[in-house]
Design a protein around this ligand. Structure first.
Ligand code: MN
Length: 233
């Protein structure tokens, strides 16, 4: 079986010996990745996203991705000093032993870190300026974007995300990812994403995903999406 090159990263093996002989890299399972604080109160997105969901989603689900990512990279030199974006962008360079853990837990950490910023109690409405122009160019109108985004989010089977992304060609695209995969791994930049795992909406909406998607439009932080768009073009 062909080995995948890990030349981009310096790796100390084996992690199973880490407890007896700590590597010179990170050996602290409480770091190096850190749960970012929610940028608003747990109840700030009410009535669209409820307080209990936000509390469990951030404090339990996101926290678990961070803790499990820290566990996965413990003892592996060259991984613990990378940003989460770099780690997910260059997933193919992550050692095979922990690649799946980094993909799932690191992806979860990255996706949720973005997700909190992509929402705001002052969100909703429509984007302005050149992002609005770009959406109109791609989807004919803002209503056309909403319709396409809603359709993609409704159609996603199982747990995953739907993203508005931009790539090297600067063209906007809607794309789903399964589980906690990030568009970054495929070389595309996520501008906006909706978490379609049931943990994101089940307490309030149960099986009614359509209600959650409709509520999400009221809290989209278009200023954040616009900033991300500007950074990418
Ligand atoms: Mn989630």
């Amino acid at each position: 079986m062909a080995a995948i090159s890990t030349a981009a990263l310096t790796v100390r093996i084996p992690p199973s010996a880490a407890a007896a002989q700590p590597a010179s890299g990170n050996t602290d399972p409480t770091g190096p990745f850190v749960l970012p604080p929610l940028p608003y109160a747990y109840d700030a997105l009410e009535p669209y996203i409820d307080e209990q969901t936000m509390r469990i989603h951030h404090d339990k689900h996101h926290a678990a991705y961070v803790a499990n990512l820290n566990k996965a990279v413990t003892g592996w030199d060259g991984l613990d000093d990378k940003s989460i974006e770099d780690l997910i962008r260059s997933l193919a360079g992550v050692p095979e032993n922990i690649r799946t853990a980094v993909r799932n837990q690191g992806g979860g950490h990255l996706n949720h870190s973005l997700f909190w910023q992509m929402m705001s109690p002052h969100g909703g409405g429509e984007p302005q300026g050149d992002l609005a122009t770009a959406l109109e160019k791609k989807f004919d109108s803002f209503a056309g974007f909403k319709s396409a985004f809603t359709k993609a989010a409704s159609a996603l089977f199982g747990s995953g995300w739907v993203w508005l992304t931009i790539g090297d060609s600067k063209e906007l695209r809607l794309e789903p990812t399964a589980n906690q995969d990030s568009p970054l791994t495929a070389g595309r930049t996520p501008l906006l994403g909706i978490d379609l795992w049931e943990h994101a909406y089940y307490l309030k909406h149960q099986n009614r995903r359509a209600d959650y998607i409709a509520a999400f439009y009221h809290v989209i932080n278009w200023d954040d999406v616009q900033k991300r768009y500007h950074d990418a073009i």
